[in-house]
Design a protein around this ligand. Structure first.
Ligand SMILES: Cc1cc2nc3c(=O)[nH]c(=O)nc-3n(C[C@H](O)[C@H](O)[C@H](O)COP(=O)(O)O)c2cc1C
Length: 359
């Protein structure tokens, strides 16, 4: 494990190792406000080189799921300040994942006055969980006006400024898994006929404008983006031009000079396999840091890093279930298995009570 556990660079930051904790929604933020339980959860996992937080909404309109945090009110930023302080005291770095859910939302999960908006008025098929009324069909979102687009981009910028002020080392834009940015990129959810729809150049515009606004707010070296080429989560079907279009995104993102691209591969969770060719395309076209994620164990992480396939490896479920994952991977100790029944449940059970090697 020569590479995995050695220090790494990420823009201006030095990470203590090449291991990143992948963003994971855990739905413990009652009232959408980060709390002491969350401080403890992130602190426990602060041996990762970099922690990327759970998806966090830049605005009331972006809150789609129950109990996910935001970063737009004073209570929320104060809550996050306690998280970043705890993580930094333990010697780790932390990026905030900005997730605007767009159409993947339900009014029962949103505060009064929030609007469910998306590039086009196309509902996702299927249902989502609400605390008060159980499973509910996805609604038809409102089509964003150009004014909505401008306001939403400003929300991302403001959220990034707030994140930076309360100690985050940077932000990751959630451009994957069927949320707002991907809803603009993909042709099934973007039926617009203005400058934000139609060709891939137009469908990429929202993402690139968000990147520019956030880079302008906190510096491009502190901004990353997560993408899921060949991802189908949240009713995002595959289509013929996908590989070509994501190659274009890689080229355009390279021009922005942002710190990293983080690619998702959910084939270990039953999603279609992400071809190696697309990962190679991103490696070739993007000169910043490339993070790969999905289904990694220590051996595969070391082997992909050593082969130069990427610069950092992000790991989700093993970190969820093993607060001391770094120690366990270093020593070859057995791992706790994640209990998915408590992945999104309120309270400490299945959240901060996974045992460490020390007990
Ligand atoms: C409980 C849970 C919540 C997740 N929430 C998010 C999220 O908020 N944002 C995101 O980009 N990915 C999310 N993911 C995906 C993970 O970041 C990661 O890509 C996935 O778990 C595959 O990596 P793994 O095989 O190492 O677990 C989530 C995954 C899990 C298991």
């Amino acid at each position: 494990m020569n590479v995995l556990f050695s220090p790494a660079n990420l823009g201006p930051l030095t990470l203590r190792n090449h291991l990143v904790m992948a963003p994971m929604t855990r739905s413990r933020a009652a009232g959408n406000v980060p709390n002491e339980l969350m401080v403890e959860y992130y602190e426990q996992r602060s041996t990762a080189g970099l922690i990327i937080t759970e998806g966090t909404s830049p605005s009331p309109n972006g809150l789609g799921y129950p109990r996910i945090p935001g970063v737009f009110s004073c209570a929320q930023t104060e809550g996050w300040k306690a998280v970043t302080g705890a993580v930094h005291r333990k010697g780790s770095k932390i990026f905030l994942q900005l997730m605007h859910c767009g159409r993947i939302a339900h009014r029962l999960n949103m505060p009064e006055g929030a609007r469910i908006i998306a590039p086009s008025a196309v509902a996702a098929s299927g249902e989502m969980y609400t605390d008060n009324e159980g499973m509910q069909s996805y609604p038809v979102p409102g089509e964003m006006s150009e004014e909505d687009i401008r306001a939403t981009i400003e929300e991302y910028a403001q959220a990034s400024r707030s994140a930076f002020i309360v100690g985050f080392d940077g932000v990751e834009l959630h451009g994957a898994n069927g949320y707002l940015i991907e809803q603009f990129i993909r042709p099934n959810t973007n039926l617009r006929t203005d400058g934000y729809g139609g060709t891939i150049e137009n469908r990429a515009r929202f993402m690139l404008e968000v990147v520019e606004a956030v880079a302008g707010a906190i510096g491009r070296e502190r901004v990353g983006i997560r993408l899921s080429p060949f991802g189908v989560f949240n009713d995002m079907p595959l289509y013929d031009a996908m590989e070509e279009e994501y190659a274009y995104l890689a080229q355009e993102l390279n021009k922005t000079g942002l710190a990293y691209i983080h690619l998702v591969d959910h084939s270990s969770m039953g999603a279609p396999v992400v071809p190696d060719s697309i990962k190679e395309t991103f490696r070739r076209e993007f000169k910043g840091t490339l993070i790969l994620s999905g289904g990694y164990d220590a051996e595969q992480a070391e082997s992909d890093l050593a082969a130069g396939k990427c610069d950092l490896i992000a790991v989700g479920r093993p970190f969820l279930a093993n607060p001391d994952l770094v120690e366990r991977w270093k020593t070859g100790a057995p791992l706790n298995e994640p209990d998915m029944s408590t992945a999104y449940s309120p309270g400490p059970k299945g959240y901060i009570d996974y045992p460490t090697l020390e007990g």
